[in-house]
Design a protein around this ligand. Structure first.
Ligand SMILES: NC(=O)c1ccc[n+]([C@@H]2O[C@H](COP(=O)([O-])OP(=O)(O)OC[C@H]3O[C@@H](n4cnc5c(N)ncnc54)[C@H](OP(=O)(O)O)[C@@H]3O)[C@@H](O)[C@H]2O)c1
Length: 322
């Protein structure tokens, strides 16, 4: 008998799935085969799974090596408890609270169970709620990889964060401050500006959507946390030989050359050491992780539609599965 009273023999589970490539309109709630914990994997009984809306536009969501993956299960940012331990896995037991990031070319956690390679998760402190852990994991790991691994941001560096109060933007602003950089953020409203100051921003520039700010230049590093088509003013804001990190689509090579800057695009991967550091940070209770809205798993596409709604509250949209 496993953690939620289903017999071990249960072979199916409830999941959100898409049988055809597309947007939220393709998502249905249905019975799906329950995965098993293969070599080096854990089967996790999902408690919470967060949404990154653009994941439905990412190629690896739908195919791997040109091979169609449908039906797919979205939502790679999860928290739950261990339901089964696969061969060769040590240090975990049934019932352990865990959280992590399922690789984007595998079935996600918008389901009752998810099979996860052991390297893609870590123990979760009992004081860290599954909703907070699921909402924080992707934005925090992405911000850390951008500022520390890719850009080696340091004290006194001038950092520009475009969209500094979104899910990823909030962690970029917070970590930039904690790394003692001089942090300038752009936001699209006064309200967001106040949140940016609370996160540690030194300077806030309100840039209504579609407009270009004046006088932003000489930055050592700019990170785009909006994810739309990157406007030229962001390239121009970086000093020659300075860095630009983008997260949704690779940057425009011509503009990179014209402004003589160094650019980076990456797709974040789980990292156990970072997950453990994140758990310790969240366990301090000092980090306010914004959650825009929560939905039961059975809400299916409604959660993705809410994540796309203009004017929605800041933060992640999260399925609360258990
Ligand atoms: N490469 C990777 O590994 C990776 C990992 C995570 C995320 N991402 C990408 O990073 C991007 C951000 O993700 P997220 O989860 O942080 O999204 P999010 O929470 O929706 O944040 C997006 C932010 O951008 C602002 N924004 C949206 N449209 C804008 C526009 N036209 N002009 C100015 N500001 C605008 C929003 O501000 P307001 O709503 O307040 O206006 C919000 O603060 C997405 O494209 C996502 O796919 C990539």
């Amino acid at each position: 008998m496993d953690t939620d009273g289903r017999t071990d023999a249960a072979t199916t589970m409830t999941a959100v799935r898409a049988h055809t490539r597309g947007g939220p309109e393709q998502l249905v709630v249905e019975e799906a085969p329950r995965p098993a914990a293969a070599d080096g994997e854990l089967l996790v009984a999902v408690e919470a799974a967060a949404i990154t809306l653009p994941e439905l536009t990412w190629p690896e969501t739908w195919e791997v090596g040109g091979v169609d993956r449908t039906p797919i299960i979205p939502s790679h940012e999860f928290a739950g408890v261990v339901s089964a331990v696969g061969p060769g896995v040590e240090g975990y037991a049934v019932g352990d609270p865990v959280f992590g990031l399922v690789p984007f070319d595998r079935d996600g956690a918008a389901a009752e169970f998810v099979a996860v390679p052991v390297g893609s998760l870590a123990h979760r402190s009992p004081t860290v709620s599954s909703t907070v852990a699921a909402a924080a994991v992707l934005p925090a790991l992405t911000a850390w990889e951008a500022l520390v691994d890719r850009a080696q941001l340091g004290p006194g560096h001038r950092l520009l964060v475009r969209g500094g109060t979104g899910a990823v933007g909030s962690f970029l602003t917070r970590f930039g401050h904690e790394l003692r950089a001089e942090v300038t953020v752009t936001v699209s409203s006064e309200d967001a500006g106040r949140r940016a100051v609370q996160l540690g921003a030194d300077h806030v520039v309100v840039v209504p959507r579609g407009s270009a700010p004046a006088g932003l230049d000489g930055f050592d590093l700019a990170v785009d946390a909006v994810g739309d088509e990157l406007p030229e003013w962001v390239y121009a804001a970086v000093r020659p030989a300075g860095g630009l990190v983008v997260l949704q689509v690779p940057p425009d090579a011509e503009l990179v050359e014209r402004y003589g800057i160094r650019s980076t695009f990456f797709v974040v991967e789980a990292n156990q050491e970072r997950l453990q550091e994140l758990d310790a940070l969240l366990a301090t209770g000092r980090v306010d992780v914004p959650v825009s809205a929560t939905f039961p798993l059975t809400a299916g596409r409604e959660a993705f539609e809410a994540a796309a709604a203009p004017g929605r509250a800041p933060g992640k949209t999260v399925y609360v599965v258990r």
